[in-house]
Design a protein around this ligand. Structure first.
Ligand code: APR
Length: 259
């Protein structure tokens, strides 16, 4: 198990100690230690027969709204039952140490906000937000039922145009939300350190952010138990799970107090 004495954790702590502006980019691996399967882990139960990359599309929703809406209700139930692990709380603590810190996440589970992170850019949207298929009119989350029983469930209809309501997440083939995207690129271009946690780096354009940061002179630190497409762009690689490495990083950082 990784310890604070680990050389890569110490090197990462030294880089963060000098950082004025830190961007933490996270992927599905960040939620893994809270019991949420990564996006490319096999789906379980009723959904095991489906490919998430097929379900997470507008075409799938148009073809069978109740199936896709039921899948997202299942994911909402899983996420609501999850508890942010110590790695999330380490990032919240880092906000009090690094002068500027923003989290840019590909995750739609809302765990960073639940853990208390105050600056979170949700590049791929959120399971807890909804809008209509026709015009993306926002739909009140408190009017969306999340049935306990697993299975297909009919989406509600838009209060303004009667179109079916969808989760406000980015589906494959869709563009990123303009405001979130601009913020993510701006922060990545001006940070002096980037922590890349739990992403395979397989999905564009989010996978560009570490390259943007590195190109702007930032130190790029990867936290992932496995090599990823991001690894070649990382100056420092901490091979371990987010729930272990991030708390170890915080200890290493606070052990050698900031100058
Ligand atoms: N701690 C840190 N990283 C982990 C852990 C862990 N405990 N467990 C697994 N990982 C790593 C895996 O090694 C992998 O590199 O997390 C990464 C998960 O990769 P993906 O499942 O591809 O998830 P992600 O990179 O977030 O996918 C990007 O693709 O499908 C879209 O919208 C979806 O946000 C998702 C995006």
């Amino acid at each position: 198990m990784l310890k604070t004495a680990d050389a890569t954790v110490q090197a990462a702590a030294r880089a963060l100690r000098a950082a004025r502006c830190l961007v933490v980019t996270t992927g599905a691996g960040m939620s893994r230690d809270s019991g949420i399967a990564t996006f490319r882990d096999a789906l379980t139960g009723l959904w095991a027969r489906y490919d998430p990359e097929e379900l997470a599309t507008e075409a799938a929703f148009r073809h069978n709204p109740a199936r896709v809406f039921g899948w997202y209700a299942w994911r909402r139930r899983l996420v609501r039952a999850a508890v942010p692990h110590a790695g999330y709380h380490a990032l919240v603590a880092l906000e009090r140490i690094v002068p500027e810190l923003v989290v840019v996440t590909q995750n739609v589970d809302g765990l960073h906000r639940r853990a208390g992170s105050t600056r979170v850019v949700e590049l791929h949207g959120s399971l807890e937000r909804f809008s209509c298929l026709a015009a993306r009119h926002p739909f009140p989350p408190d009017q969306v039922a999340t049935p306990e029983a697993d299975g297909e469930c009919e989406p509600p209809r838009c209060l303004r145009c009667d179109a079916p309501v969808r989760p406000d997440v980015v589906w494959f083939g869709e563009t990123l939300p303009q405001e979130a995207s601009a913020a993510a690129w701006d922060w990545s271009a001006r940070c002096d350190a980037m922590l890349v946690v739990g992403t395979s780096g397989l999905v564009q354009p989010a996978a560009q952010l570490p390259l943007v940061a590195r190109g702007a002179g930032a130190v790029v630190i990867e936290v992932n138990p496995e090599p990823s497409a991001i690894s070649p762009a990382a100056h420092i690689t901490c091979r371990g799970p987010a729930g272990v490495v991030l708390p170890a990083l915080l200890v290493a950082l606070t052990e050698g107090e900031r100058p």
